[in-house]
Ligand binder design. Structure first.
Ligand code: HXC
Length: 520
C-alpha cells in the first residue's frame, strides 16, 4: 500500500467508528422508542441545541466489562451522548441518555462521560443539561454502576449554585437515579412517557399493598402537582426541550455572570389603567395575581415555574425593561393566598435559585398570613415557613416588593419586608398592613365591649369599620418608612423598571461563613 492508501484506510476506520457510534441500539429499538412517542437521544440533542453547534465528545468510549454476557455487546458511546453546544448563542454542556443502548443504563464509562462534561462545565462556568431516559444502574456492572451514580451526585452538589443544572426526564428514572435530578435546579418531566420513583409499583404493592400504575406513582402530573419534584410538565419531548431553551433565556451561565439582558419594544413607561381597578373593594374577594404580573411584565410574558404545585403562591421569570426578574407572588385566587408548608418550600427554593444566580427578585404581596390548623402545625409549618423567611433574609440580590392588598401578621415580615433587607417596597392604595384582618382584631381587642353592648352585632360592625378606617391602609406603615411609597397601580411597571435599574449595581454581603444552616 502506498502512503495515501494507508492514510485513507485509517480515515475510513475513523469514519466507520464514528458511524457505528451514531447508530444507537439499532433500527428496531429506535422504532420501539418512536412507537412510545419518544425521540431518540440524538434527535433530542439536535432539537435542543443551536443549529450545527453540538460537538460530541467521548463518542468512542465503551464499557470494559465482561460480566453476564456484556462482552458480546460493546456499543460505542456506552448509552449516552455527551458534549458541548450552544443554546441561544451561549455555551452549554449536555448529556442525553440513549434508551436504545442497553436501556440507557448507567455504569462505569457512561457515568465517567457525564462526570467529564460536568467537570468541564464547573471549570468553564456553563450550564449542564441532562436528558434522562434510563433503566437505572446497569445490572451487569453491579456496584461499579452504583459508584458511577455517586460520582455524579457529588458533582451535582458541587455544581449547585455555581452553574445552573437542568434535568429533563424523558423516560424511566428510578431508584437512586432520581437523586441526581433532585439535586439539580429544575426538573422538566414529559407527560405519559416519563416517571420517577425511588421504588416502583411492584415493590410498593408488596410493601404497602397499594396498587398504583407507574403514572400514578411517579408520572409527570403526580410530580408536578402532588410532590413538587417536577417544576415543569411538558406534553411531549419537543415541548420539554422548548421549556429548557426558554428557561435558559432568563438565567446566566454561572454565578459570576449577570442574567441575560434582552431588550424588547414594550415601552418602559407603559401605563395600564386597568391596574387601578384590579383589586376588588371587598377584601374577601379573590382575584388572579397572574393577571397583574402579565399586565406589568415585558410583552405580557411570564414563564411560570411549579405551576401545578402549591398554587397559593406563584413563582416564575419575566422581564422588566429587558432585565430578567424572578417573581414571587401570593395568589389570592387559591386559599386566599395563604402561606402553608408547600407554598413556603416552593417559594424558598425559587428565591435561593435566583439569589445564587444574581437574578433580582420581585415580590407581589397579598397574604392573609400563615395557614392555621393541626395539619400544618404537626407537619412543621414552623420549620417550613422559616425556610421562606430564611431565603428572603439571606438573599442579597435586588429585592423589590409591591403590596397590592393584605400584608398581615408574620407574613408581612416574611414577604420581603424592608426589615429583612427589601430594597424598594411600594404599596398600592388598596394595601392593608396590619397584624391581622379587622374582624379577627376586633374580636380580640373588643371581645368584652362587644359582649356587653346592647346590640353586639351592630357594635362589632362599628368597631370593624373603625379598625378598617384606621388600620387597613398603607399609611401607618408609610409614616414609619416601612414602605417607600404608595403609588397608583397603573404606574407600577414604570416604577419597577426604575427600581431595578437603580439597584443594578447593588452590593450587599452576608457575614463570612462556611454555609448557613437553613431549617431543612
Ligand atoms: C441493564 C437494562 C436495564 C438495566 C433496561 N435494560 N434496564 N440493562 N441494566 N438497569 C435493558 C433491557 O435488558 C433491554 O435490553 C433494554 O434495556 C430495554 O429494556 P426493556 O425492559 O425491554 O424496556 P421496557 O419494557 O420499556 O422497560 C423499561 C424498564 C425496564 C421499566 C426500565 O427495563 C426495567 O425495569 N429495567 C430495570 C430497572 C431497574 O430496576 N433499574 C435499577 C434501578 S435501581 P434489550 O437488549 O432486550 O433491548 C438504580 C439504583 C441507582 O438505578 C443507584 C444510585 C444510588
Amino acid at each position: 500500500m502506498n502512503n495515501k492508501d494507508i492514510i485513507d484506510s485509517k480515515i475510513q476506520k475513523l469514519r466507520d467508528l464514528k458511524y457505528e457510534s451514531q447508530q444507537g441500539g439499532g433500527q428496531s429499538r429506535i422504532d420501539a422508542q418512536h412507537a412510545k412517542g419518544k425521540l431518540t437521544a440524538r434527535e433530542r440533542m439536535s432539537l435542543l441545541t443551536d443549529k450545527n453547534s453540538f460537538r460530541e465528545i467521548d463518542a468512542l468510549v465503551h464499557h470494559h466489562s465482561t460480566q453476564l454476557g456484556l462482552d458480546k455487546t460493546i456499543p460505542l458511546g456506552d448509552g449516552v451522548v455527551t458534549g458541548f453546544a450552544e443554546i441561544l448563542g451561549k455555551k452549554v454542556y449536555v448529556f442525553s441518555q440513549d434508551f436504545t443502548v442497553l436501556g440507557g443504563s448507567l455504569a462505569e464509562m457512561h457515568g465517567k462521560k457525564i462526570c467529564k462534561i460536568m467537570d468541564m462545565a464547573i471549570k468553564t462556568g456553563a450550564p449542564v443539561i441532562g436528558l434522562n431516559d434510563s433503566g437505572g444502574a446497569r445490572v451487569q456492572e453491579g456496584v461499579i454502576s452504583l459508584g458511577a451514580y455517586a460520582e455524579i451526585f457529588l458533582r451535582n452538589t458541587l455544581a449547585s449554585g455555581v452553574v445552573p443544572q437542568i434535568s429533563v426526564i424523558m423516560g424511566p428514572c428510578a431508584g437512586g437515579a432520581v437523586y441526581s435530578p433532585a439535586i439539580t435546579d429544575f426538573i422538566i418531566m414529559v407527560d405519559n412517557t416519563s416517571y420517577m420513583f425511588v421504588t416502583g409499583p411492584k415493590v410498593v404493592k408488596t410493601v404497602t399493598h397499594e396498587d398504583l400504575s407507574s403514572e400514578e406513582l411517579g408520572g409527570a402530573m403526580t410530580h408536578a402537582s402532588k410532590s413538587g419534584v417536577a417544576h415543569f410538565i411538558a406534553k411531549n419531548d419537543l415541548e420539554a426541550i422548548e421549556i429548557v431553551r426558554k428557561l435558559l433565556s432568563y438565567i446566566p451561565a454561572n454565578n459570576a455572570e449577570e442574567p441575560p439582558f434582552v431588550p424588547n419594544d414594550d415601552p418602559i413607561d407603559r401605563i395600564n389603567e386597568e391596574l387601578n381597578y384590579a383589586i376588588p373593594a371587598n377584601p374577601n374577594q379573590p382575584y388572579d395575581m397572574r393577571d397583574i404580573i402579565t399586565k406589568i411584565a415585558d410583552l405580557g410574558d411570564f414563564l411560570e415555574v411549579h405551576k401545578e404545585y402549591a398554587q397559593n403562591i406563584i413563582v416564575g421569570f419575566c422581564r422588566l425593561g429587558g432585565r430578567s426578574v424572578g417573581v414571587v407572588a401570593n395568589q389570592p385566587n387559591v386559599l386566599a393566598g395563604v402561606l402553608d408548608i408547600e407554598a413556603s418550600k416552593k417559594a424558598a427554593r425559587f428565591i435561593r435559585f435566583c439569589d445564587a444566580f444574581n437574578i433580582p427578585l420581585l415580590t407581589f404581596e397579598d397574604v392573609p398570613g400563615f395557614l392555621p390548623g393541626s395539619d400544618q402545625e404537626w407537619r412543621g409549618i414552623i420549620t417550613n415557613g422559616a425556610k421562606l423567611l430564611y431565603a428572603y433574609c439571606e438573599a442579597t440580590v435586588p429585592k423589590v416588593t409591591i403590596i397590592t392588598r393584605k400584608a398581615y401578621g408574620g407574613a408581612y415580615d416574611v414577604m420581603s419586608s424592608k426589615h429583612i433587607r427589601g430594597d424598594i417596597n411600594i404599596a398600592w392604595p388598596t394595601a392593608e398592613l396590619a397584624v391581622m384582618g379587622a374582624k379577627g382584631a376586633v374580636e380580640i381587642i373588643f371581645k368584652r365591649e362587644i359582649e356587653t353592648s346592647d346590640d353586639p352585632t351592630k357594635r362589632e360592625q362599628e368597631l370593624i369599620d373603625e379598625y378598617n378606617d384606621k388600620f387597613a391602609n398603607p399609611y401607618i406603615a408609610a409614616s414609619y418608612g416601612y414602605i417607600d411609597d404608595v403609588i397608583e397601580p397603573k404606574y407600577t411597571r414604570q416604577r419597577l423598571i426604575e427600581a431595578f435599574s437603580l439597584l443594578e449595581n447593588k452590593v450587599d454581603k452576608n457575614p463570612p461563613k462556611k454555609h448557613g444552616n437553613i431549617p431543612l
